[in-house]
Write a protein that binds this ligand. Structure first.
Ligand code: NAP
Length: 315
């Protein structure tokens, strides 16, 4: 396992980490039970994964995770959780103390007295000033109390694919943020234009979410996406085959499009950790193996950058 320093937090985090949300939702959407989830977590730790991402809103993920980590030395892993400051787009909780109450509940469910990282979930640019005025003082208090070590935000990649939330925060209040969670992958490269360089400039750690789902593991969806981009002139029509358009990535030590996708997601130096949302131990083992060499052949990476690097839309 490779490790990277997560920006100014100076946490030494595994390049691949475990996510307990996404389509699998820690296996809760696939009928997994506590013993399966405990086995997954323990296997991840055995393989050197030391960062686990969760959320107050990932169904029972925090509770399941708390049980799975029972007895594991607390200093052997890092926890990231989130608070949905606006569950709907304009649906704010007007009480700043709602943040503190949410963190208390998360700590209870996770059976711990602190989390390494607390993220405001889905920061929208128009909410930046309000979040800073209303909630950041409470976050600071939680830091002073030792309940939260570092703070940041995630982005809403479906409605904000150009990362305006991060550009606003890094433009106005770069010193407030320790960590940003965003989506950077083969089909979502736009972060490399502005946000990733800015994050490096301000030494803000980047956690890479959902870099693979939903289209890359699904050949039909992937072919449809590429066909749509060709039809709209975003990708030259003769640049890729219609069937299995990214099959050419599986070459040399790259055994599949999915392995290629995790490698691509990890290669950029701004990335601290790529979060894998699989709940399948076999898949996680393959993903860990893919990141033993966290880079693609140069010609593959350059071709992907030329093909998709300019596209700033949800995929
Ligand atoms: N705004 C936010 O705060 C936010 C939003 C999205 C995600 N996140 C976090 O980021 C984490 C990662 O995102 P994600 O869950 O979308 O993860 P992801 O790793 O990008 O994609 C997971 C999907 O890829 C499949 N997959 C993974 N490895 C595979 C393999 N080796 N072979 C075949 N299929 C494979 C999984 O299916 P299988 O389960 O079958 O392996 C699953 O459908 C989430 O769990 C969550 O913690 C945060």
């Amino acid at each position: 396992m490779h490790y990277r320093t997560l920006g100014k937090t100076e946490l030494n985090v595994s390049l691949l980490s475990l996510g307990t949300g996404g389509p699998s939702m820690f296996g809760q959407n696939k009928g997994l039970e506590q013993n399966n989830q405990t086995a997954l977590v323990r296997r991840c730790l055995d393989m050197g994964i030391n960062l686990i991402d969760t959320h107050e809103r990932y169904k029972d993920s925090e509770k399941i995770l708390g049980r799975a980590l029972k007895g594991v030395p607390r200093d052997s892993y890092n926890l990231v959780t989130k608070w949905a400051y606006a569950p709907g787009v304009d649906d704010f909780n007007p009480d700043p103390e709602a943040l503190a109450r949410s963190v208390e509940r998360s700590l209870q469910r996770l059976r711990t007295d602190h989390v390494e990282v607390l993220l405001f979930h889905g920061l929208m640019p128009e909410h930046h000033d309000l979040v800073v005025d209303r909630y950041v003082p409470v976050l600071q208090r939680l830091k002073d109390e030792g309940k939260v070590k570092f703070g940041g935000f995630s982005l809403r990649y479906v409605v904000d694919p150009a990362h305006e939330g991060a550009l606003t925060a890094l433009g106005r209040t770069p010193d407030l943020w320790d960590v940003i969670m965003l989506k950077f992958g083969i089909l979502n490269q736009y972060a490399s234009k502005k946000v990733l360089p800015l994050a490096m400039e301000h030494n803000v750690g980047i956690l890479n979410m959902a870099a693979v789902r939903v289209k890359l593991p699904n050949p039909k969806l992937l072919a449809e996406t590429v066909a749509d981009w060709k039809a709209r002139g975003l990708v030259p029509s003769d640049a890729l085959p219609d069937a299995d358009p990214l099959g050419w990535l599986a070459t040399g030590d790259v055994d599949s499009v999915i392995s290629a996708a995790y490698k691509f997601a990890a290669e950029h130096p701004a990335i601290g950790s790529v979060i894998s949302g699989t709940s399948n131990i076999d898949h996680m083992e393959r993903n860990v193996a893919a990141l033993e060499r966290p880079y693609l052949p140069v010609e593959s990476r350059l071709k992907l950058e030329n093909l998709f690097g300019h596209i700033a839309e949800y995929a």
